[in-house]
Design a protein around this ligand. Sequence first.
Ligand code: ADE
Length: 273
Amino acid sequence: MRLDVVTIFGEYLQPLQLSLIGRARQQGLLDVRVHDLREHTHDRHRTVDSPPYGGGAGLLMRPEPWGEALDAVLADPPPGAGADGPVLLVPSPVGEVFTQAAAVELAAEPWLVFACGRYEGIDARVVEHYASRVRVREVSLGDYVLNGGEVAVLVVVEAVARLLPGVVGNAASLEQESHAAEHDGLLEHPAYTKPASWRGLEVPAVLASGHHAQVERWRRDESLRRTARRRPDLLRTLPPAACDAADLAVLATEGFVPGDAGGFRPGPAPVAD
Ligand code: ADE
């Protein structure tokens, strides 16, 4: 997979040399190219910003350096890129929230280009223009404001790259994680390793029992409970058809019942006897 990142802070992307991503690059699984936006300025001060039309605080990034920089990237496609060109990802707090589902979609692409905004963002015509040439996705990490897109690029690249064959050693570990489809979009259960007793805290006995079915039941219960308590929004899309009687019982205890439109909704609390 080819990844092009346009930024004014290339140093921010140095973590992409480390660990599994760094190894994947050395193995040729990832071809990461970082481009300095300022190379596409033509004034003495290498200016990339100016104040917003209409007034207001802060500075915006001007469109001309972005146009030149992105044109140069698009003019140099990797060998495997189809006629569709890359997906252009623009990190922004006003983008779609980046999810595991988006990571899975992007992992199927041969070529991703990232445009890292700084200041108050990039002149809106840049996204408008490139949306007529390539597939553009504005992506947000969540409901908070970062200083720029670089940290978001690190997050997206890590989430996407680890789905590529050969990047993470143990493929089975990918499937077990929170948010993986195999988990029905539930949070992962708690996990324990040695020692069996630590600072007075014991590993739940069932996990050392050797009863595979009981272990799986315990894990499923914990996943459901955790999700109900921490991320009840995820239960809205859990299909009741994917739940057995034991699942329904746990969810009812947590105060969730199947909804009319599929998924689960807060429902009648269990009657105490
Ligand atoms: N740039 C600034 N804030 C951001 C956010 N929440 N997600 C992605 N990119 C951003």
